[in-house]
Design a protein around this ligand. Structure first.
Ligand SMILES: CC(C)(COP(=O)(O)OP(=O)(O)OC[C@H]1O[C@@H](n2cnc3c(N)ncnc32)[C@H](O)[C@@H]1OP(=O)(O)O)[C@@H](O)C(=O)NCCC(=O)NCCS
Length: 205
């Protein structure tokens, strides 16, 4: 199962980081899909542009795995929608985990997660589907992270923090222990959150 070929969705900055990790993990990448590039052209010096997103449908869901290379954004739902659309069509999204991430064996990690270099995940943490744990972020013991959450580079979640679906934590943010952030809220880059945050709010200190 681990050796199914991969289609990478998107070819921007986030996709380039995932591409590097897939190479480190010796995964076979069939190519990328990107509606704004010419079919047959090349990205990252070697990957073929297979076509636009719908090109995925030319491949049977059981023959390939997908990687969502669209960058997490506070403004666009494109990444979320692509994950939901192709998952509902039966495609599976492989998890992309950098070999230099440090992950306790006592964690539960769902499908389609993307864990970048230098991430540390401690005992008892749960990471939901399609989450991105960006470079060097720290997820302390017993944190519960729901689906489609983004943790920015260098952010720190202290012990037993819980994050609902679609939460976005900016780069270098700090969330102290036992805090709960509700669905679709944003914590700005560099901010320190010391109180619970309700749904669909932006915290900038
Ligand atoms: C919080 C955030 C989403 C707000 O973006 P926005 O809605 O476009 O808001 P604006 O840039 O218009 O800023 C609104 C106000 O909040 C302030 N603000 C924005 N981000 C802030 C932050 N991180 N810390 C402190 N204040 C912040 C602005 O200075 C502005 O203040 P003003 O009204 O007094 O002028 C954004 O600034 C941010 O921090 N994004 C995370 C970026 C990141 O971590 N990227 C990682 C990529 S891997």
């Amino acid at each position: 199962l681990k050796n199914k070929p991969i289609i990478l969705i998107g070819s921007g900055g986030h996709a380039s980081v995932l591409y590097d990790i897939l190479k480190l993990n010796n995964r076979n990448i069939l190519g990328v899909v990107n509606p704004s590039l010419l079919k047959g052209s090349t990205v990252f010096n070697e990957l073929e542009v297979l076509g636009d997103d719908s090109t995925i449908l030319d491949f049977k869901a059981s023959d390939v795995e997908l990687v969502n290379g669209l960058g997490p954004s506070t403004k666009s739902k494109k990444r979320l929608n692509i994950s939901l659309e192709y998952a509902s069509l039966g495609y599976s999204f492989t998890s992309v985990i950098h070999p230099q991430a440090t992950i306790s064996k006592n964690t539960q990690i769902e499908e389609g997660v993307q864990i970048m270099a230098g991430v540390i995940i401690q005992f008892g943490a749960n990471i939901g589907k399609f989450c991105v744990l960006n470079t060097g972020s720290i997820i302390e013991h017993d944190c519960l992270i729901n689906d489609h959450v983004h943790i920015g580079p260098g952010a720190v979640l202290c012990g037993s923090v819980s994050l609902s679906d679609n939460v976005y934590i900016g780069a270098n943010a700090v969330i102290i222990q036992n805090i709960h952030v509700e669905e679709s809220s944003i914590v700005g880059a560099g901010c320190t959150l010391i109180k619970n945050l309700g749904p669909s709010l932006t915290f900038t200190g």
